[in-house]
Write a protein that binds this ligand. Structure first.
Ligand SMILES: C[S@@+](CC[C@H](N)C(=O)[O-])C[C@H]1O[C@@H](n2cnc3c(N)ncnc32)[C@H](O)[C@@H]1O
Length: 280
């Protein structure tokens, strides 16, 4: 059986249970969960470790615009869109993540600018009223759902000619995939998809993690005009230290000249960041 078939058959409930058991980035701060200091630190750590995000999201560009975020998690991008003056619709499958995202909106006094929906994005229109958005944003989400193409089909109902769609999916030809294959798989490339799903996230055992080549990502976004496609992000830190909130690089990255590290990130990074437009 092809593993994609295995992913396709995964009940979405398993995906929800996984993200409820540990919402994404929930341990990015040691401050009391839900406090202002906590959310400040979560954001600081996220943008320290993934510094390409603000450039990709272009938060300021959406001032006064309507943004639909699919898979908003605990709301780091969501709060930045709202802070920049966008009207945001935040959707996530995980009610635990949404609970924190709602708290976050309250903490910063931005709740009037954000509507929340707990929904499976594969069936978005059953939960979120159809409307047209200037931006549909989804960072690190679509590859975790059993049928990514269904999410893209749903997105088509929420855009108009000229709308922008920004999506990040994991990149197949990446350092991280190679690292997982060598570290956990002892080179068993025929188990690649299973290994990637097991080890792709901070918590082992993610039920669904697809990886995409550039042509596969283009095919997924069939009908959208691809404006930009960038590979970025290698996590360079030694994980045991990182869990202690210390940022010690792995020895091989410590000695690598920064321009070489950037070159590696831009060619073999883990994030395939795609900006697309709905043709006029
Ligand atoms: C890796 S986290 C990313 C969260 C956020 N975008 C960020 O960058 O911090 C993936 C998120 O996707 C959500 N998700 C996965 N499948 C989904 C689906 N079918 N519908 C809605 N959300 C989904 C999960 O609940 C989780 O919050």
């Amino acid at each position: 059986m092809r593993l994609s078939q295995f992913f396709e058959q995964t009940p979405v409930q398993h995906v929800q249970n996984y993200w409820n058991s540990r919402p994404c980035n929930i341990r990015h701060s040691t401050k009391p969960v839900g406090s202002r200091e906590y959310f400040d630190e979560v954001e600081a750590r996220k943008h320290f470790v993934e510094p390409h995000i603000p450039g990709f999201a272009e938060f300021d560009r959406w001032q006064g615009k309507k943004v639909l975020e699919i898979g908003s998690g605990i709301g780091t991008a969501m709060i930045n869109f709202a802070r920049s003056g966008a009207q945001v619709t935040a959707v996530d499958l995980s009610d635990k993540s949404l609970e924190l995202a709602k708290q976050r909106a309250q903490v910063y006094g931005l709740e009037d600018q954000i509507s929340f929906y707990q929904a499976n994005a594969e069936e978005l229109s059953q939960y979120v009223p159809i409307d047209t958005y200037d931006l549909v944003y989804s960072f690190g989400v679509i590859h975790h759902t059993p049928h990514p193409e269904r999410v893209i089909d749903q997105i088509r109902q929420y855009v108009k000619p000229g709308s922008t769609v920004k999506i990040m999916v994991y990149y197949r030809y990446s350092w991280k995939v190679l690292w997982i294959l060598l570290t956990y798989g002892k080179g068993q490339f025929w188990r690649l998809n299973e290994l990637v799903a097991t080890y792709s996230e901070a918590q082992e055992g993610c039920p669904v993690t697809y990886i995409y080549s550039k042509p596969e990502a283009k095919a997924l976004l069939n009908g959208f005009e691809i404006v930009d496609m960038q590979v970025d992000h290698i996590f360079p830190y030694y994980i045991p230290d990182y869990k202690q909130y210390k940022y010690t690089k792995e020895w091989y990255f410590r000695w690598m000249p920064q321009p070489l590290f950037r070159w590696l990130e831009q060619h073999f990074g883990w994030h395939l960041c795609i900006t697309a437009r709905v043709p006029e």
